[in-house]
Design a protein around this ligand. Structure first.
Ligand code: TYM
Length: 330
């Protein structure tokens, strides 16, 4: 029986946060057991904001090493670098031809990013979600595990798949987002009304997957809470709610178990333990990461094999698309 396809990607923009881990990578690892999974490092997406070439190269390998260190197994899933599979850029062009400017203009992420850097606005930032749709649709993807912030982009991918299918006949599978109930939106530790992101100005806003134990303890100790003084999972206490989500993701304990354990104990002890579960969850990943980064030959073998397999599948879909739009076969 053929397995259903899962596709997802992470940008190599330097320093993955525990939000990326909980919202995405941790789920990738579980899914590789029962699906045909493609996990991409989306370097084409990364250049929609200014990048230093040397850092981009380093960050791309870093994401691959984090994928592997987190438990992704190249025997079970396909790991590759987006720019190594030309079909991503090629399908983007075709999908651009059926994308509406108005719809792209309404993308929250575009609106936010363009507000931040108006002098750097480039066309790629605008068509970013079209490239993301191409990523997904090339593999006839059934499920896309992502954090909550990518939901709108997934809707666009679904729209484009349907629009193309209606215009040219059935070609793409229409993908479903896979967004977990808990952990799909890990919040900023200083401003828990925002999602955790490495682009926050204050570095105490996020914990990076490669932060050392002292830094993790410090950042969690400084996390904003409230004056209620009760470890309770409620929207009135967004800082505490976020810490409970993080604790739960790393320990596997339910929200209720955590609330019961810390009832009446105050925030000091709770925060200390949140830091501990993060540290012990990340430690084995960080150790494996350090080993992998010393073995560039192995990383190269993984991404080369991954690209070969991904290209084969992607070219099949792209060939169909080219035929349907009326391009002469090469
Ligand atoms: P990126 O690189 O910003 O984030 C990678 C994944 O991490 C999730 N994530 C979070 N989840 C929970 N809480 C947070 N605070 C948090 N921050 C980030 C994201 O939702 C994402 O799942 N455009 C995508 C990458 C991409 C992609 C794709 C994803 C390109 N092509 C095709 C899926 C399918 C992005 O920039 O993710």
């Amino acid at each position: 029986m053929t397995r259903k396809v899962v596709f997802s990607g992470v940008q190599p923009s330097g320093g993955l946060t525990i939000g990326n881990y909980i919202g995405a990578i941790k789920n990738f690892v579980e899914l590789q057991e029962s699906y045909d999974c493609y996990y991409c490092i989306v370097d084409l997406h990364a250049i929609t904001v200014p990048q230093t070439p040397k850092d981009l190269r380093k960050n791309t390998l870093e994401v691959l090493a984090i994928y592997l260190a987190s438990g992704l197994d190249p025997e079970k899933c396909t790991l590759f670098i987006q720019s190594h599979v030309e079909a991503h850029a090629e399908l983007t062009w075709v999908l651009n031809s059926i994308s509406y400017m108005g719809q792209l203009n309404r993308m929250t992420q575009f609106k936010e990013k363009s507000r931040k850097s108006e002098e750097n606005l480039n066309a790629a930032l605008f068509t970013y979600p079209v490239l993301m749709a191409a990523d997904i649709l090339l593999y006839q993807t059934e499920f896309v595990p992502v954090g909550e912030d990518q939901k709108q982009h997934l809707e666009l991918a679904r729209d484009l798949a349907e629009r193309f299918n209606n215009k040219y006949s059935e070609t793409f599978k229409v993908p479903e987002p896979l967004i977990r109930e808990f952990g799909a939106r890990i919040m900023d530790l200083q401003r828990p009304e925002n999602k955790m992101s490495k682009s926050a100005e204050n570095e105490n806003s996020y914990v990076l997957m490669l932060d050392n134990p002292d830094i993790i303890q410090r950042k969690i100790r400084r996390a904003i809470t409230d004056s209620v003084g009760e470890v309770a999972y409620t929207d009135e206490q967004p800082g505490i709610k976020n810490l409970i989500n993080i604790y739960s993701a790393f320990s596997g304990d339910s929200i209720e178990e955590i609330e019961n354990r810390y009832r009446g104990l105050g925030y000091g002890k709770f925060k200390q333990d949140v830091a501990e579960v993060i540290i012990s969850g990340l430690e084995p990943i960080q150790d494996r990461y350090a080993q992998l980064m010393k073995n560039k030959d192995y990383l190269e073998e993984v991404y080369k094999q991954g690209a070969e397999k991904a290209s084969w599948v992607a070219m099949k879909t792209l060939g169909k698309v080219y035929r349907k739009v009326g391009f002469i076969q090469r």
